[in-house]
Design a binder for this molecule. Sequence first.
Ligand code: GRF
Length: 203
Amino acid sequence: SRVAVLISGRGSNMASLLEAAARPDYPAEIALVVSNRPDAGGLKRAAQAGVPTAVVDHKGKGSRQVFEEELDARLREAGIEIVCLAGFMRLLTPWFVNRWNDRLINIHPALLPSFKGLDTHARALAEGCRIHGATVHFVRAEMDAGPIIVQGAIPVLDGDDEAALAARVLAVEHRIYPQALALVASGRVRVDGMRVFLDGEVS
Ligand code: GRF
């Protein structure tokens, strides 16, 4: 499957997807990296890896709809079949989400449905969680609320501060996102309401 990765920042998850997709037996190719911000560090990483990049700047666009129509056009002209949000900090409207229904996935740095939204590591620490982690899910109109594909969990350690916890969760993200994309790209995922059924095990 031809995959686009949408970023807004450094793109470390994009980089781990690129690394995984470089393996000959991986069921997807990262065919395009798109950022809504021209200064996103991930654009350079993608270009260095020889991956086509594009910027669809949300600034100056009349509306979310105009931004999303341009984004959608770029994806379709590149023959994209699956879209991975990776540190993409724009909310997508139901129009875009529905057009890419069950072909649009996101990574969230928490064990959904806990800690939707921002500052997840600080919140997990503040709540005294013993377990924290990351989630790859299908995107739905409601933020951070779609059917879950893969999760990865780690213990919260007594000495953890936000930075230490964030670093350990990021390592989980870099492991589970390639796994989740491979499952979706190889057609081994069936969505039934909020449930996702996997044919075959997570490698
Ligand atoms: C990551 O924590 C990811 O979970 C969140 O954005 C952060 C930045 O990710 N969505 P990346 O390094 O830009 O991939």
